[in-house]
Design a protein around this ligand. Structure first.
Ligand code: SAH
Ligand code: SF4
Length: 410
């Protein structure tokens, strides 16, 4: 049977980003890779080891992106590094702040692909929602990202670069005589900081654009740097990967990435899930739930989150809620359910369920002993809410883009 839409992984373009100036971008590379690059460029083994360790520390503990500021590296070596390497950030094409404090950044890769990231501040945490691909090859019918034509995998550098950029924007690099961040903005953020070490960015969710398990290697390598004790040092318990259900990659994800798992379930019958999450035609609900039951590391302390978008008269009946409970119990899953009110976008064919309906749905699940909070939509006014991410650039037609480019060129 022909499956509508593209649901196969797109090829991974590259690992190390070649730049026009010939320098190699170190962003997102493991310490061992940096060491190899230093050795290839001519440092002896001992130097390569020492310098890679120092540079890695400066990048991820200090937020430094200029070799000239790396004060424990000899003055002679700094320009040598600068001639061959660079520590880049994604380019910020646009930054917006919602009336509820949610922030969204439109980012641009070196080859002019646009993607987005969102920061959601809460009372007790700050969550950064990052993208794994430009666009998405899976065409879930309620998701705006799924309608994007341009798709490419993001590199580890582009994935880690999002976290680095958020830290820059939130003024979160440690202070002290080596710190270079702007005094005033750092103080402003410190006033409402969440953690003892003054950081607002406490959690990461891979819930932006793209299907992370269709960009497995790059997501794995990026998360390794994010979790590395000498890197960004974020705990795997504070990172959640959301998948639409790429069953063959789930066990590997548990073993090789090891972060919390969220699964976009959204329906409990084959008919409805086939319609709204087309990957279901390839990997059905039973297979998906079996893969969840086998997910390494899931237990009552680290439950799997089932995401369920509330679509009016589509998947929101009492019977659907009861079936959801039955399924979770049948597979013995340590689970919680996240009910997401549908976020509308222009041209969407669905409507959000009524608040009363969502409450009734949630109550059935709660009464069965499973947590089922309703997620408050955040940043809707700036199109930053779940499923609304579709970059402004790709919303323009080709002709409009050409015209703008011609204008910009002068
Ligand atoms: N591709 C991954 C991760 C990105 S989507 C996945 O599908 O899981 C993050 C979450 O937002 C998913 O649960 C997705 O189904 C949900 N979502 C997509 N479009 C939405 C919309 N319009 N309203 C509410 N949630 C949506
Ligand atoms: Fe892709 Fe997730 Fe959107 Fe589906 S919901 S189209 S998998 S980003």
């Amino acid at each position: 049977m022909q499956i509508p839409g593209h649901i196969d992984p797109v090829p991974v373009p590259r690992n190390v980003t070649p730049r026009a100036d010939g320098r190699v971008d170190l962003m997102g590379l493991a310490k061992a890779q940096i060491r190899e690059l230093f050795a290839e460029a001519g440092l002896d083994a001992k130097q390569a080891k020492l310098r890679s360790k120092q540079v890695f520390h400066w990048i991820y503990h200090r937020g430094v992106s200029d070799f000239g500021d790396m004060t424990d590296i000899s003055k002679k070596l700094r320009p040598w590094l600068d001639a061959r390497f660079v520590i880049a950030r994604p380019e910020v094409a646009e930054a917006q702040v919602s009336e509820d404090g949610t922030r969204k950044w439109l980012l641009r890769t070196a080859d002019a692909q646009d993607y987005e990231m969102v920061f959601i501040p809460d009372a007790d945490r700050g969550t950064l929602c990052i993208s794994s691909q430009v666009g998405c090859t899976l065409n879930c019918r309620f998701c705006h990202t799924g309608t994007m034509r341009l798709v490419r995998n993001l590199t580890p550098g582009e994935i880690v670069g999002q976290v680095m950029l958020a830290r820059d924007a939130l003024g979160e690099w440690p202070r002290g005589n080596m710190d270079l961040s702007d005094q005033e903005s750092a103080d402003t953020y410190r006033a409402d900081a969440y953690r003892a070490d003054g950081r607002m960015l406490t959690n990461i969710v891979l819930m932006g654009m793209g299907e992370p398990l269709y960009n497995f290697d790059n997501v794995r390598d990026a998360m390794a740097v994010v979790m590395d004790g000498e890197g960004l040092s974020l705990s795997k318990r504070r990172i959640t990967l959301s998948t639409s259900g790429v069953v063959p990659m789930m066990e590997k994800a548990g073993e090789e990435i090891g972060v919390n798992l969220a699964v976009s379930l959204h329906a409990v019958t084959k008919d409805i899930r086939d319609e709204i999450v087309p990957i279901n035609k390839k990997y059905g609900i039973e297979e998906l739930l079996e893969a969840c039951a086998a997910y390494p590391g899931a237990n009552n302390a680290r439950r799997i989150t089932f995401e369920y978008v509330m679509l009016k008269d589509k998947n929101d009946s009492d019977e659907d809620a009861r079936e959801l409970v039955r399924l979770i119990k049948r597979y013995g899953l340590p689970a919680k359910v996240n009910l997401i009110p549908f976020n509308p976008w222009p041209g969407a064919v669905y409507e959000c369920s009524e608040p009363e309906r969502i409450k009734a749905f949630s109550k059935i699940i709660f009464d069965a002993g499973i947590s089922a909070p309703v997620r408050t939509p955040r940043g809707r006014d700036i199109d930053a809410a779940c499923g609304q991410l579709k970059t402004a650039a790709t919303k323009l037609s080709r002709a409009e883009r050409d015209r703008l480019e011609a204008e910009a060129a002068g």
